[in-house]
Design a protein around this ligand. Structure first.
Ligand SMILES: Nc1ncnc2c1ncn2[C@@H]1O[C@H](COP(=O)(O)OP(=O)(O)OP(=O)(O)O)[C@@H](O)[C@H]1O
Ligand SMILES: [Mg+2]
Length: 321
């Protein structure tokens, strides 16, 4: 049996997530910058060879946001998520989550951070759940480690219901489909009531319909619990369902797509999509591939400063080349 939750539309979910997050933060003034990366650098050294996985990545995520990160393989998506979830330490730059400084925190603080402040969902279904425990026991486990006692049992059931797999409570992972396991993994990840949930390609091993159910679970958690959610995905379907998508290229934030709900002239609410390029401190930015293709821009472009904008034209015009 598949239970697809009745998920409200995007605008309603966004509003609800913002309200819950504001209530959690104790006022809207504390909302900005729940996650802050500034000039984040991560260099891996293996056998004397250096790989620059992140080269000055900038990112700000507001409390209660649901953000998608997209990018080619090897662009640094998992590296960012591993740093933000406290599994890996950056080489340089600033990385702050919920007031924790990820560069300087002590081992003891890091442990507390990983247990209580963040939750994580991996791509590999087998990595998220213990195979010999039932779904409910898997969700109860992190709460037991933090001595929640009986209340944990009730909460485990509530969370499983919330992500639409209450009917799987007594099944072990081997008796659940990949999508059911991943939804259960979302429940496990938020068992200890974290402030932020990270998911690295949680739908990577699933077909489209099942992936949509897992994503619906993430949206529900974001909206109902006010948890800030950052999800890495290759799935363009998923990316089109969130308010903000950040594209990473070569270890830097390259562009952003924002979707906002606006009420049109006919009184009907519609989603407006706007594309943003990220300008780094040196003034570098990347034009979206669609713009470059549409005007067949290449090699050199001509820039003109206008009173309130910058014009970019093909450098071929006027035969100056
Ligand atoms: N532990 C490591 N040691 C050495 N190099 C690493 C390590 N982890 C990642 N890298 C390198 O850093 C770069 C970024 O890797 P990362 O895993 O963050 O990419 P990704 O965007 O998650 O890719 P994918 O979509 O394939 O998962 C790659 O060049 C990768 O080879
Ligand atoms: Mg990855």
């Amino acid at each position: 049996m598949t239970v697809v939750q009745d998920v409200p539309d995007l605008a309603t979910l966004q509003r609800r997530a913002a309200e819950r997050a504001a209530a959690r933060a104790g006022g809207a003034d504390r909302l900005r910058g729940h996650i802050v990366c500034d000039g984040l650098v991560r260099i891996f050294t293996t056998e004397g060879v250096e790989v620059v996985a992140l080269q000055g990545l900038d990112l700000v995520v507001d409390r209660g946001e649901l953000l998608a990160i997209v990018g080619a393989s090897g662009s640094g998506k998992s590296t960012v998520l591993n740093i933000l979830s406290g599994l890996d330490t950056p080489t340089a730059g600033i990385a702050r989550v919920a007031g924790y400084d990820l560069l300087t925190m002590s081992a003891r603080k890091r442990l507390r951070y990983r247990r209580h402040t963040v939750g994580f969902v991996w791509q590999q279904t087998g990595r998220n759940l213990l195979p010999y425990l039932s779904a409910r026991e898997n969700v109860e486990l992190p709460m037991r480690l933090s001595r929640r006692g009986r209340a944990g049992r009730r909460r485990a059931m509530e969370l499983l219901e919330m992500v639409g797999v209450g009917y799987c409570a007594d099944r072990r992972p081997g008796q659940m489909s990949g999508g059911e396991q991943q939804r259960c993994a979302v429940a496990v990840a938020v068992a200890n009531d974290p402030e932020v949930l990270f998911a690295d390609e949680p739908t990577g091993e699933l077909d489209e319909a099942t992936a949509a159910e897992v994503f619906a679970a993430l949206r529900t958690i974001n909206a109902e619990l006010g948890v800030t959610v950052v999800v890495v995905t290759h799935d363009s379907q998923v990316a089109s369902q969130v308010r903000r998508t950040v594209a990473i290229r070569d270890g830097r934030t390259a562009s952003e797509v924002h979707r906002t709900a606006r009420v049109g002239a006919d009184g009907v609410e519609e989603l407006v999509t706007e594309e943003y390029a990220v300008l780094d401190r040196a003034g570098r930015m990347q034009l979206p591939a669609g713009f470059v293709d549409a005007l067949a821009l290449r090699d050199r472009v001509k820039l003109t400063l206008e009173p309130d904008h910058v014009q970019v034209r093909s450098g071929d015009e006027g035969g100056t080349r």
